[in-house]
Write a protein that binds this ligand. Structure first.
Ligand SMILES: C[S@@+](CC[C@H](N)C(=O)[O-])C[C@H]1O[C@@H](n2cnc3c(N)ncnc32)[C@H](O)[C@@H]1O
Ligand SMILES: [Zn+2]
Length: 369
């Protein structure tokens, strides 16, 4: 198979000439953004850790962590023998001493209970097949990095698949990008609770058709119960985009207070914060190299930093079409909301999205003014 030499971040990599080829070794250059984040995340953890790149492909993520941070002992795994060989070749290329496995991911985790502080799970599609063992075997006060690319189920395009995999009902609106991310986190928290594990979200983002979660895992029944308090349901009126969240364990039917129509219910899903400001600040303080080196990363990460962390954004195209309004520039609407004393920022979920603590009525007013 033909290989090509590239440099990503500070690391050299042989990658397959044919990109995204699952019959040989998979590599997607677009995911550089997340591999940058992985390096910043590991640095921000601050203490010495054992890092497992569970589904490593070319080894890009784990090898970059080994090369670009100084507090991680790195282990990489892939069941594909071509990938296994390529990971070793790439490790040698960068003079890195790492341990490489060629095992089925779940077996590897079960053979190494409480060995790894961080498990990075980057599968094709859904991470669900690996979550039980990752949650049960990661060290106490450890971390998981969870990737999902099965957006069709999570965003409500395939409702049956969402229920089958995540035991949750999605909803299909332009704002589903965030709802799907929250269904994924909700599923992770509920799965963790079975093992008396509590999931704390440190950073949860969407970019380029990928969801990425950085979470902290604590042990204990009480902590797990507490984490479950962040699970709820979304009530949403499809006609006015009036929405509310509820912590009830069993949802009940509700009518929209604006139009009286029965609200759609989505969930169970996570209703808490998507960012932990403390860790994000440390990540940001270490990010100069990546911000200067990569324009796309700079745009993305700056937006993550400034984004107002609240439940659900308003997609202005969607609101304009529901209320038959002329579309106003997004910065204008943000300015109008801020003038009225609301928090309002752009969002990473959509270029037409606004995150604000204003209600739909206020957003519509700002768009009319
Ligand atoms: C999306 S790719 C990983 C990409 C890589 N993390 C990167 O940043 O370039 C998923 C990898 O998981 C491997 N894989 C799939 N199922 C596996 C399993 N059950 N056990 C171990 N490896 C598996 C595949 O061979 C593939 O290389
Ligand atoms: Zn309504």
């Amino acid at each position: 198979m033909k290989l090509r030499l590239i440099t990503e971040g500070k690391t050299k990599l042989y990658i397959p000439e044919v990109l995204r080829d699952t019959s040989y070794v998979f590599f997607n250059p677009d995911n550089k953004l997340f591999r940058n984040l992985n390096c910043l995340f590991v640095k921000a953890i601050g203490k010495n850790i054992k890092y497992l790149d569970l589904l490593a492909g070319t080894g890009a993520s784990g090898l970059r962590v080994a090369n670009e941070t100084d507090n991680a002992e790195v282990f990489l795994n892939d069941k594909n023998p071509y990938a296994y060989e390529l990971i070793k070749k790439n490790a040698t290329l960068n003079n890195l001493s790492v341990q490489v496995y060629n095992k089925e991911a779940n077996l590897l985790m079960r053979e190494n209970v409480y060995k790894f502080d961080v498990i990075d799970i980057d599968p094709f599609g859904t991470p669900v097949p690996y979550l039980d063992n990752a949650l049960a075997t990661v060290r106490k006060n450890g971390y998981l990095i969870v990737t999902a690319t099965d957006l069709a189920p999570l965003n409500g395009v395939n409702i049956n698949a969402c229920y089958r995999k995540y035991h949750a009902i999605p909803i299909r609106v332009p704002e589903s990008k965030e709802i799907g991310l929250r269904i994924l986190i909700g599923y992770l928290i509920r799965t963790a609770a079975k093992y008396s594990r509590a999931v704390k979200v440190l950073l949860a983002v969407y970019a380029k058709h990928v969801y990425k979660l950085y979470v902290f895992i604590e042990h204990g029944k009480k902590r797990a119960d507490k984490a479950l308090e962040n699970i709820g349901f979304l009530y949403l009126c499809e006609k006015c985009f009036k929405f509310e969240i509820s912590r009830e364990k069993i949802p009940i039917k509700k009518a929209c207070e604006m139009c009286g129509k029965e609200m759609k219910i989505s969930g169970p899903l996570y209703i808490g914060n998507l960012k932990d400001e403390n860790i994000l600040k440390i990540m940001y303080n270490n990010s100069d190299y990546y911000l200067n080196e990569d324009k796309e990363f700079r745009k993305f990460f700056n937006r993550v930093i400034e984004e107002y962390d609240t439940f659900l954004y308003y997609d202005l195209h969607h609101i304009a079409s529901l209320y038959k309004l002329r579309l106003k520039p997004i910065d204008y609407v943000i300015e109008k909301l801020r003038e009225k004393g609301y928090n309002a920022t752009r969002t990473t979920f959509s270029n037409y999205g606004i995150k604000t603590n204003a209600t739909i009525e206020e957003v519509v007013d700002a768009m009319k003014s």
